[in-house]
Design a protein around this ligand. Structure first.
Ligand SMILES: Cc1cc2nc3c(=O)[nH]c(=O)nc-3n(C[C@H](O)[C@H](O)[C@H](O)COP(=O)(O)OP(=O)(O)OC[C@H]3O[C@@H](n4cnc5c(N)ncnc54)[C@H](O)[C@@H]3O)c2cc1C
Length: 550
């Protein structure tokens, strides 16, 4: 029987709430997951789990990771972004992207997937249930935050109503994760403002079946179309007849009464350029284009994650990924706080480390959205508007090329001990990524073991801290053991080159270490501390104590 004071309440069983449950389970922390709907969503919304997100998914177990890989789109459908008069018409521009296909095995052991959200959620729900640590409550609507938002609150509680019986009850936990989407009740209850721009446009997201693929002479990840009758984007879901499209409509048309399935069908035919195309419209979803970030990500015992914390235009493909990557940053901290391993100040570093990342991605996604509008306007006017579509396309290179913000976040906070070095300079911090083991950066991936072993340095990072040590780092390994014992914190000590850890890719060089150096990696895979050689680094017990606010 799980005590109320042990479990964490998670509101919202979207991808980010499900991910939070999986992450907490990784640390042995039980959770109760509240969702007002009868099950997970069946309408596909977002499509893409990028490479960094799939690195996180590797931590949810091999079976879950492999199931996610198995719903990936067939080869050829992750690139490029095409700009066309219609999907079967003239192509007037394209953006070559690497963000959706991923940077490859030199940078990451994981592969990104392009799929659809309802399939992802089903797999995540199965994994959450299999953990034995997640109580899933569907048909349960949160109506009030009772406790948890004040700085001196020592638990969190939520009033919920059972949709079937109408009965209300108060659910209590040690903390609350608000993963309740763009219209977040929790954000409202905390009185937190969204900063940025809201209601920029009204979008109908239409899920349909049509045999479009046989009509196409090219593949792509996105088909932006612009003609007299249709302007928007077609998105292939499985290269086998399942599609989504995003149609921007006037505010007065933004409802199922005004925008019927018949209208959607006509729009799709015009967008494809096939007036007799058989189209089965499966569902319509209505959402608004926002570019906002909440002013605070943590308040008292409440953490906001995913769309509850920030909403981006989809032109960037980073909404759900940034939500999951932020959640990943927050959950190990929350787990360490609720189990008494860390002081609550650690949780505040989620705000310090992730809010600026969310703001940068919001701004770029908004810029991408504006660029798409300009490209389409230029194409429709045939250059009469003074805009040159080709020039705007060149200026839009960042769309889909986001390895810098995906992998390159270099955190500066009390949960990182600087060593006086800086991450390598790159030409464009949004698009370009150079692996680095400077404290605060994501630990670089290096293949270990014999060829084909498929073991990455990233696979060594578990629920505790991990010391990745060069072969001659015996003294630092002893220090790590002593720190682990002194603080009661698990520290996995991995001597690269030891049995099963053969260095096949220049570990010491990639990590900037001498033969007796080591790095301490946090449970989210970011470098907490580095001693480039045995004489550097100082007192590891003190450093770990500082990181954990002990
Ligand atoms: C119709 C639609 C279409 C979209 N299309 C795209 C797209 O094409 N591309 C793109 O990048 N992004 C798209 N998005 C956004 C994308 O789906 C989100 O970024 C992503 O789902 C965020 O995940 P999340 O878990 O934070 O929130 P959500 O997926 O929104 O999940 C929040 C969950 O909380 C539940 N919930 C909310 N309030 C309560 C309450 N009071 N009580 C109980 N449960 C509650 C909701 O029912 C929901 O299941 C779309 C969103 C919508 C709504």
């Amino acid at each position: 029987m799980v005590e109320d004071t042990q479990r964490v309440i998670i509101l919202g069983a979207g991808p980010v709430g499900l991910g939070a449950a999986l992450e907490l389970a990784r640390f042995g922390v039980p959770s109760v997951l509240i969702e007002r709907h009868a099950g997970t969503s069946w309408h596909p919304k977002t499509r893409n789990f990028n490479t960094r997100t799939m690195e996180i998914a590797r931590g949810w177990g091999a079976a879950t990771y492999k199931r996610l890989l198995s719903i990936d789109t067939p080869p050829g459908w992750k690139n490029p972004i095409r700009f066309m008069t219609s999907a079967t018409g003239r192509e007037y521009g394209r953006i070559e992207t690497n963000g959706f296909e991923g940077p490859g095995p030199d940078v990451s052991p994981a592969m990104p997937i392009m799929t659809s959200q309802e399939l992802i959620e089903e797999i995540m729900l199965d994994a959450a249930r299999a953990s034995g640590l997640v109580e899933v409550r569907f048909n349960t609507e949160a109506i009030r935050l009772v406790e948890g938002g004040a700085s001196n609150d020592t638990c969190a509680s939520l009033e919920v109503r059972n949709a079937k019986t109408g009965e209300s009850e108060i659910i209590t936990g040690s903390a609350l994760v608000g993963a309740d989407g763009a219209g977040s009740l929790i954000r409202r209850e905390l009185g937190l403002r969204l900063e940025g721009r809201q209601d920029l446009s009204h979008i109908v997201n239409c899920y349909f079946r049509a045999a479009i693929e046989p009509l196409l002479d090219r593949k792509g990840v996105l088909f932006f179309v612009a003609n007299d009758r249709a302007r928007g984007v077609l998105q292939p879901l499985d290269a086998a007849g399942r599609w989504l499209c995003q149609i921007t409509v006037k505010p007065e048309d933004w409802s199922s009464d005004a925008f019927s399935k018949d209208r959607a069908r006509e729009w799709i035919r015009a967008a494809v350029g096939a007036d007799d195309l058989a189209v089965d419209v499966l569902s319509l979803g209505f959402w608004k284009l926002n570019a906002t970030v909440v002013e605070r990500l943590v308040q008292g015992r409440v953490v906001l994650c995913g769309d509850a914390a920030h909403q981006f235009p989809p032109t960037g493909g980073l909404g759900v990924n940034t939500g999951l990557q932020g959640m990943h940053n927050a959950m190990w901290k929350l787990a360490y706080c609720v189990t008494g391993k860390a002081g609550w100040g650690l949780l505040d570093t989620y705000q310090t480390e992730r809010r600026a990342v969310a703001v940068a991605i919001t701004e770029q996604s908004l810029q991408n959205s504006a660029n798409v509008g300009r490209i389409q306007a230029a194409a429709l006017t045939g250059g009469d508007s003074g805009l040159d579509a080709e020039a705007v396309i060149v200026a839009s290179r960042r769309y889909g090329n986001h390895l810098g913000v995906e992998f390159g976040a270099a955190y500066r906070s009390p949960a990182v001990i600087p060593d006086g070095t800086q991450p390598p300079a790159v030409a464009d911090r949004y698009s370009d990524y150079t692996p680095s083991a400077v404290p605060g950066c994501r630990a670089p991936h290096i293949w270990l073991g014999l060829p084909g072993a498929e073991l990455s340095t990233l696979d060594l990072i578990g629920a505790g801290f991990t010391l990745l040590a060069a072969p001659g780092a015996a003294a630092l390994c002893e220090q790590a053991s002593a720190a682990s014992l002194a603080l009661g914190i698990p520290v996995d000590i991995r001597r690269i080159g030891a049995a099963g850890l053969k260095d096949s890719g220049g570990f010491a060089a990639a990590y900037g270490l001498d033969d007796d150096g080591a790095v301490l990696v946090r449970p989210d895979g970011h470098i907490a501390w580095r001693a480039r050689s045995a004489k550097d680094g100082g007192d590891l017990t003190a450093a770990l104590g500082q990181i954990l606010f002990r």
